[in-house]
Unconditional design. Structure first.
Lengths: 312, 396
């Protein structure tokens, strides 16, 4: 059962578009899956390797802009951005890693936070390449129907899931966890911590960048304030993982459901109006207080709670 | 596990049933707006204005005897959310037309969806030039494009101020960029030399380094494109540094709303700004709407509100003329729109590379005795402009 679970869920998701869902629900589903990709990518670095990044918008944005600039300047399909973003995002990740991975703990977090903002300002000012604040707009999106977007992002999610699982269950994964638990001890055991932290960062960045390139194709419009957003991208990424479960395979998926699906449902409750942020914020606080390891991380605890509820 | 799935199912069912409640005698119109976040100020003003218009329309018997039933959804100025709202309106609620949004990035996201789904979309206050330059057939815009926002002001500068040099300061945003670029071109056209063109991060607190540069360049005109807080802060610090110029000019948005005067106080005096509308201008209906708004909310609205207020009249007019209340029927009716509203005369044209764009005359407002007055062009002005303006030293 446990082994088959990923297959079952992927299968269930794959048949969803056949149910004839409205394009509104498809949009929400696509966003959920896109966010779980970003969450899984962040988890690789933040969850397993213990390097908390507040700047994942940097990679998301570089991925999105790779696709956007290819379309805008080279007049290629923005879909080429997906394979090409791997190259550009890796380069950016190596540069960022070279600078930021010398820092530890909160200093690394602050460093990445700054990098995210720096890239936003850079994109705003390199008007010759990025069109600056005017952003890049696709004249026409590839499909009106959402089915293909859904399958593309689902495929991306499946690949990310398998990659994360394979990495974590390999020797590399053990190195990551060793670095997270105690960097000095890992170093003394002969693990080249700087190298493996860079590897974790690059892998994490690549998947985030792919999601960014997908976003460009799917939404059809980007500008620096959208794709390099501190709050709407970097922080939401962290929340997806924190709420779902740090260093778990399913955490990002569950977190994405809550951060996108539940947020949307709460937003559309009639008459709640502008208070929906407050309401959703309280919900997040409750989750974090009672389930500090996230919903998946604290699943046994959650099960116990629900059983007590049934008995009473 | 069972319990959990049950809860999820219930939540799902609730959210679906909430959207299918439907009454036959009303026409439901859901408007996406930014009601939270940085742009909430403008969203709020527009929401109130839509409500005033809906009330008036319903008091006079509604649209073809159907009561107009408004509701709003908060997009938080996020394009994904704006898109989600519009997808839902088109799919689940079968709303035959879309009205609303404020920021240009959201309007772009909505416009793309509207065009793909062949549902007419009326843009109310998003200024970015590109929105109506995409060969869209279902996207209509009733406010002027950013490139023309300052037309009235440019003519004022050319005919009244007659400066030799100009400095342009603008915030880092789509609105700021296109506004500054348009002004640079216009300045060259009328023979004014742009000595300085500087961008700043929106939301800055210290403009002094920037203003020192301006002071050193000694421009005749300082033209600024900013939102609320930056606009008043810029003028305050200009006053503190005693940067003198023949004319302080703003490019609508932050300079054209009452909060600018509230925040900048006497530093706002004599500042002129481009604007699309002013309740004091000679335009039937403008004054009545503004007074009604003031009575309800204690402050006068700016052009954003007026545009929203008039948008519902444009919708009413189109719906009354439409052969059928289907997206295509309404689109054809919108295309043939030719009415005057409290905001401007509205007619959707294809010219200068824009499609379905309303071209309107823009005006110049000046702050005189702590109030925005409409001073230019003369045919709509309610008062003569003050020019030349006193230097900071001459003011008390």
């Amino acid at each position: 059962m446990r082994k088959a679970l990923p297959l079952i869920i992927a299968g269930l998701l794959a048949v969803l578009p056949l149910l004839g869902l409205s394009s509104y629900w498809m949009h929400i589903l696509i966003l959920v899956i896109m966010w779980s990709v970003i969450g899984m990518a962040w988890n690789l670095l933040g969850g397993y390797c213990g390097q908390v990044s507040f700047g994942h918008a940097a990679f998301f944005g570089v991925g999105a802009y790779t696709a956007g600039i290819l379309y805008n300047k080279a007049h290629l399909s923005a879909w080429w951005g997906m394979p090409l973003s791997i190259v550009f995002v890796t380069i950016v990740a190596l540069i960022i890693g070279y600078i930021c991975l010398r820092l530890r703990g909160p200093f690394f977090a602050l460093g990445t936070l700054a990098i995210g903002v720096i890239l936003r300002v850079t994109a705003e000012n390199l008007t010759g390449i990025t069109e600056g604040d005017l952003g890049i707009m696709l004249q026409e999106r590839t499909w009106i129907d959402k089915t293909w977007y859904f399958y593309i992002v689902l495929a991306l999610a499946v690949v990310t899931f398998i990659a994360v699982k394979m990495i974590i269950e390999s020797k590399l994964g053990y190195y990551f966890v060793a670095i997270r638990e105690d960097q000095d001890a890992a170093e003394s055991l002969g693990i080249n911590t700087t190298l493996y932290k860079t590897v974790a960062l690059s892998l994490s960045a690549v998947f985030t960048g792919l999601a960014g390139a997908f976003y460009m194709n799917y939404m059809g419009y980007i500008d620096p304030k959208i794709v390099f957003a501190l709050h709407d991208i970097s922080i939401v990424t962290i929340m997806v993982v924190m709420v779902g479960g740090v260093a778990t395979y399913w955490g990002p998926f569950v977190g994405a459901i809550i951060m996108v699906f539940l947020a949307e449902i709460i937003r559309t409750i009639p008459k709640l109006g502008a208070a929906h942020h407050t309401f959703f914020g309280i919900l997040l606080i409750v989750i974090i207080i009672f389930l500090p390891n996230g919903i998946v991380g604290d699943l046994p605890k959650l099960k116990k709670l629900l059983r007590i509820g049934k008995a009473a | 596990m069972k319990r959990l799935t049950l809860i999820i199912l219930i939540a799902f069912a609730l959210s679906l049933s909430a959207s299918t409640l439907f009454a036959a005698e009303t026409f439901d119109l859901v408007i996406p707006l930014p009601l939270t976040g940085k742009q909430a100020k403008f969203g709020e003003m527009m929401k109130r204005s839509y409500e005033i218009a809906a009330e008036e329309i319903n008091a006079k018997g509604g649209i073809k005897k159907k009561k107009l039933n408004l509701s709003f959804e908060d997009s938080g100025a996020k394009p994904e959310t704006a898109r989600a709202i519009v997808e839902k309106l088109i799919d689940t609620k079968k709303q035959p037309l879309i009205v609303g949004e404020y920021t240009s990035s959201c309007a772009k996201a909505v416009a793309a969806v509207a065009e793909e789904r062949k549902t007419p979309y009326l843009v109310v206050a998003s200024a970015d030039d590109d929105i109506t330059r995409q060969d869209y057939k279902y996207v209509f815009r009733q406010n002027a494009v950013n490139a023309h926002y300052a037309d009235g002001l440019v003519s004022f500068i050319k005919n009244v101020a007659k400066p030799k040099t100009m400095a342009i300061l603008y915030e880092s945003s789509a609105f700021g960029n296109s506004g500054a670029d348009a002004m640079e071109k216009d300045a060259q056209k009328i023979g004014v030399k742009v000595v300085l063109k500087e961008k700043y991060e929106a939301g800055s607190v210290d403009f002094k380094p920037l203003l020192s540069k301006v002071k050193a360049a000694r421009p005749d005109v300082i033209y600024m494109v900013s939102y609320v807080m930056d606009a008043s802060l810029l003028m305050k610090q200009i006053k503190e540094l005693r940067v003198d110029a023949k004319l302080f000019a703003g490019g609508a948005a932050g300079f054209a709303i009452p909060e600018f005067i509230d925040n900048a106080k006497d530093a706002a005096e004599y500042v002129v700004t481009a604007s699309l509308w002013c309740f004091k201008m000679k335009l039937p209906g403008a004054k009545e709407y503004a007074e009604k708004y003031k009575k309800l909310y204690g402050d006068y609205p700016s052009y954003h509100g007026a545009s929203a207020y008039s948008a519902l009249y444009v919708v009413k007019d189109a719906l009354e003329r439409a052969k059928s209340w289907t997206p295509d029927g309404i689109r054809d009716a919108l295309k043939a729109t030719n009415i005057s509203t409290a905001f401007a005369a509205i007619k959707f044209e294809n010219k200068e590379g824009y499609q379905n764009q309303n071209f309107m005359d823009t005006i110049v407002m000046q702050v005189v005795n702590g109030e925005h007055e409409c001073v230019y062009p003369d045919n709509v002005a309610n008062q003569k402009y003050v020019f030349p303006i006193p230097t900071w030293r001459e003011r008390r």
